[in-house]
Unconditional design. Structure first.
Ligand code: COA
Length: 213
């Protein structure tokens, strides 16, 4: 557990417990709702990932301020398909989210940076994600292309980002990366997703400018 003071309030970071699951899923839903698509599916991704052998329970972390859960991140083991035929074990992460009314106070970066220190200790190797360089760049992520790793769905993608947890982890490695199957669970099972989402308070799905899907 990490306890400290940010610019504004005292915060604590700890691993999630079963009694936190529903609150975290609701937080994830609140944070992602209508951001990348009408509604969101990230809370279901998290829910299902907990059953996966690739899920990293030690890195399913909650950030609390004054005893209230205001942030969460999860990690999963994944791999790079190296051009020389090897499978390089490494980690990815997400969803990561901060409660909407606590955004832009520095908590997202605090949670990410702390989780990456723990991931390094667990020999996560490197992290690969699709994300916004404006946020991840502050934590030293770079375009994965500069490290020789291509996003399988879009090999020229500059929004596909990398962070070596151990300097030089990717030296001598080129290859491509597929998002793990666990991130597509809502598309693969839309009826189960709809049943799951109906357990949460009703929210309006809106088509908004800037959404990706
Ligand atoms: C992305 C998210 C986790 C960031 O958390 P946060 O606590 O708001 O971010 P921080 O305050 O730690 O931001 C640190 C720096 O990152 C950059 N940053 C953060 N969010 C940004 C945004 N939306 N656009 C541009 N830059 C951003 C800024 O430089 C910021 O520093 P500043 O506020 O001093 O300018 C949060 O906005 C969130 O939950 N979003 C919805 C879910 C989501 O999109 N998750 C990420 C999916 S890849």
């Amino acid at each position: 557990m990490l306890s400290s003071n940010s610019r504004f309030e005292k915060y604590t970071i700890r691993t999630e417990q079963p009694c936190d699951f529903k609150a975290i899923e609701n937080l994830t839903r609140e944070a992602f709702w209508n951001v990348y698509r009408p509604g969101c599916t990230e809370h279901y991704v998290l829910h299902c990932y907990r059953e996966s052998p690739d899920f990293v329970p030690e890195l399913s972390l909650i950030l609390e301020v004054e005893g209230e859960i205001v942030g969460h991140v999860m990690y999963a083991w994944s791999h790079i398909d190296a051009d020389d035929g090897r499978k390089i074990k490494m980690m990815t992460f997400g969803p990561i989210n901060i409660r909407p009314d606590f955004k832009r106070k520095g908590y997202g970066k605090i949670l990410l940076d702390h989780s990456m220190e723990l991931a390094k200790k667990m020999e996560g190797g490197c992290l690969l994600i699709v994300g916004n360089i404006d946020f991840y760049g502050k934590s030293s992520f770079v375009s994965a292309l500069t490290k020789g790793i291509r996003y399988a769905d879009d090999p020229e993608a500059t929004y596909f980002l990398c962070k070596e947890l151990d300097d030089g982890f990717l030296d001598g490695i080129t290859g491509s990366y597929h998002d793990p199957e666990g991130y597509f669970v809502a598309d693969q099972n839309p009826e189960a997703f709809d049943r799951f989402d109906a357990e949460f308070p009703p929210k309006e799905k809106l088509k908004l400018p800037g959404q990706l899907f």
